[in-house]
Design a protein. Sequence first.
Length: 134
Amino acid sequence: FGNARLPTIKMKPSAKILPGTLSALKQTTSNDAWYWMPSVSNFTGVDGVLANDDGNLYALHATLSVKHFSCWTGLQKLWEAFTPEVARARIWNVVVVTDKRTTADALLEEFSKDIQRRSGHLAGRVQIWACVPS
């Protein structure tokens, strides 16, 4: 993934797929790797979540449109789905996945500004990334 202010990162995929329930997230630790997709789409702006064994959590937001919902509400619900210890220990990231570099750049800027204006548990804890699969 890429971010204008940070270097490109690579992520090792996990073969562990969690059930799409909130109880599955409650059972995770701060350093296990997995993929989770909510079975009900009530996590606005979060289409899936990847976690790696380095403590990173990547909330995925896939879109083809420049105009899209903020991921903040979905991130807050996601935070509450974990135990407090795991939520605080994870390194929180949002990855916008889209089909065009111009869309990726626009959403990266929009979501970064949106996150900076927020307060609460996640304030100052979320890094925004953008990705255009090749």
